[in-house]
Design a protein around this ligand. Structure first.
Ligand code: SF4
Length: 620
């Protein structure tokens, strides 16, 4: 199969390595630099193995732009291989009916699914206007062959669906059921219920899947994110308000939803009073929530959990009533009840309970151990692709994919094309980054940009730090990835950066630090304004202790590994092709500690001058 493409030698080597690993292990992990054709390599290896072993391929991506990148590669290889490939996304991105609604209230994915199922049911029962996009056309041969032959991106198919009045979500879902390869977002497949429904429609068991994990370094955080949740005073107030609107239903005689909400709210407020004296957050035991509820209200703990279950029945009922009223079938009572019940089922080992003073009081179940969430993925063969997976053993242990063999592809571009410098005359340590340090950082950044005059992307360690440095005042115009920027505004800003000469400010680990493509002269200089150490908050300290007790080296697992990934991803924006040249400059005295992971890094006492000399030498 590799003969069909003009693969480079190292790509052929990677395909062979992946195939061997799939035969002998649970899968392969590949670290390869940007521009090395990782997507194509992973696709070819996965489809070849799947074909020979009668399996299907699932390609998971984190962002829409990464999904589009995969689709572009598939447009080339699918016809040559006779592959039926389909991209899928959730209804939020593919339901034109929902997008047309005047929405005073927000949907959740559950309420949108409920909304869609009810509209489809009505159409089937003879009410075509309930959803004019839904009809037999979605699974017609004509529609499916159009999808397989043109392989549209989700966005293109949304456009087509709107014009032709045919549901893009249902169409792609129908096509996915007949596909050899599906491209889906991680979020879609990390939710076990959604994943099971999807697999049963596809008619594929987990054992019969080869999963390609794109930008796999994100896997631990993605898994932690889907498994962690919060209960806030605000969410309790919303549930109480909603219950009042529906007559404050009784959970049993003389005990109403509002009574349960009061019990829960008082328990959290009492915890805040007792545990947060002089501190913003604290670790608590999971059992302290029901204990405080029981002590404060005089009810037994079993009663507390029983009421929580009855709350979900009430919430479900509210969804039905709202649906009949033509409103969003969503319920704050239901969502509060499911969080309280999840709190009950938490396994103390892999989670930590954090109490903080945000919004008058918030409790959070934070997942420390992502391996359990990823357990289902390990049933399938997996191919982990990323520009930053080292140290492999840490990645394997954190994700639980211990039965994969790993390979690193070194630099494929001339070494002299990139210069990585660090400057040790400044530090962005949390406690010492005062306005004077911010002004110093501003002067360093301004000096480098003025000295080289190159297209520059400045990555800060956090929005907070970026704001402090921006407050120090720059004497030139710049673009900035602020916290509240919407995705379309962000893309528009990125395009302005591509076309113009203004420097752009972003955050490491933010939305511009990976998955964006700035080839050639679109980006020539990257400045890392600090080392992106995580905030030493209660979650971070818990992660550190957890990994220290598990592997003996909490610092490497909880700090070094994520920091190195963020730094290398930011530096990786620089060189995208054979002829790209550029300079990355790290402004922080603590950079030297990371030399082991970024070996080409050199100390510079005058980074502005050294960077300028590099560009002069390149031009010469
Ligand atoms: Fe939306 Fe399609 Fe469902 Fe209609 S059938 S509600 S357009 S997702």
């Amino acid at each position: 199969m590799t003969e069909v493409y003009d693969l480079r030698e190292y790509q052929k080597g990677l395909v062979d390595f992946i195939l061997r690993s799939l035969e002998t292990h649970g899968g392969a992990a590949i670290e390869a630099p940007t521009g090395s054709g990782k997507t194509l390599t992973g696709l070819i290896a996965a489809t070849k193995y799947a074909r020979e072993h009668n399996k299907k391929v699932l390609y998971l991506t984190r962002t829409n732009s990464q999904q589009e990148q995969v689709i572009k590669e598939l447009r080339i290889i699918s016809p040559a291989l006779g592959l039926r490939s389909v991209p899928i996304q959730g209804r939020f991105n593919l339901c034109p009916l929902y997008m047309e609604l005047e929405r005073e209230e927000t949907f959740t994915s559950e309420s949108l699914s409920r909304f869609c199922n009810s509209r489809k049911k009505k159409v089937r029962e003879g009410e075509p206007n309930a959803c004019r996009y839904f009809s037999n056309k979605v699974s017609s041969d004509e529609n499916l062959s159009r999808i397989f032959s043109t392989l549209p991106t989700a966005e293109e198919f949304l456009q087509y669906g709107r014009e032709e009045e045919i549901c893009p979500y249902e169409s792609l879902k129908a096509a996915a059921a007949k596909a050899d390869l599906v491209v889906a977002p991680y979020a879609f497949f990390l939710n076990p219920e959604v994943a099971e429904r999807f697999l049963s429609r596809w008619g594929v068991s987990r054992e019969d899947l080869v999963i390609v994990l794109d930008e796999a370094h994100n896997l631990p955080d993605l898994a932690r994110e889907v498994s962690s949740f919060r209960i806030t005073i605000n969410s309790i107030n919303l549930a109480e308000k909603e219950a009042a609107e529906f007559g404050d239903p009784e959970l049993e005689p003389r005990f109403r939803v509002s009574d349960f909400c009061e019990t829960l709210r008082n328990a959290i407020l009492d915890l805040v009073r007792d545990k947060l004296e002089g501190v913003e957050e604290a670790r608590i035991r999971f059992s302290e929530l029901p204990e405080y509820a029981a002590i404060g209200s005089g009810m037994k703990m079993e009663k507390f959990w029983l009421y929580a279950s009855l709350m979900s029945v009430v919430g479900d009922n509210i969804c039905d009533i709202r649906e009949d009223q033509g409103r969003v079938p969503r319920s704050h009572v239901l969502s509060l009840a499911s969080r309280v019940l999840s709190w009950k089922s938490i396994d103390d080992e892999g989670y930590v309970a954090i109490l903080n003073a945000d919004n008058s009081g918030t409790i959070e179940a934070f997942c420390l151990e992502p391996t359990a969430v990823l357990e289902n993925l390990r049933i399938s063969k997996t191919i982990h692709m990323s520009g930053t997976l080292e140290p492999f053993q840490v990645y394997k242990n954190i994700t639980g994919f211990t039965d994969i063999s790993a390979k690193k592809l070194g630099s494929i571009f001339p070494e002299g094309n990139r210069l990585v410098l660090y400057y040790d005359g400044i530090s962005t340590k949390f406690d010492s980054f005062n306005p004077d340090e911010a002004a110093k950082m501003r002067d360093l950044i301004s000096g480098i940009i003025a000295s080289t005059g190159r297209k520059t992307l400045v990555f800060f360690t956090s929005y907070n730090l970026m704001e402090k440095v921006m407050d120090a005042g720059f004497n030139f115009d710049y673009l900035a990835e602020t916290r509240d920027k919407s995705q379309p505004d962000l893309m528009e800003m990125l395009n302005r950066f591509r076309r113009g000469n203004k420097p752009m400010f972003a955050v490491m680990g933010g939305r511009l630090s990976e998955g964006i493509n700035l080839p050639g002269n679109e980006l020539q200089q990257v400045i890392l304004a600090g080392i992106p150490y995580p905030r030493p908050d209660a979650k971070q300290k818990s992660l550190y202790s957890y990994y220290r007790s598990r592997y003996g080296n909490g610092w490497e697992y909880a700090v070094t590994f994520p920091v190195v990934i963020k730094m290398r991803q930011a530096i990786g924006r620089l060189i995208r092709g054979q002829d790209d040249t550029g300079v990355a400059i790290i402004l922080d005295s603590r950079a030297a500690y990371f030399r082991k992971y970024i070996p080409e890094m050199k100390l510079s006492q005058d980074p502005a001058n050294d960077a300028r000399n590099f560009f002069l030498a390149v031009r010469a």
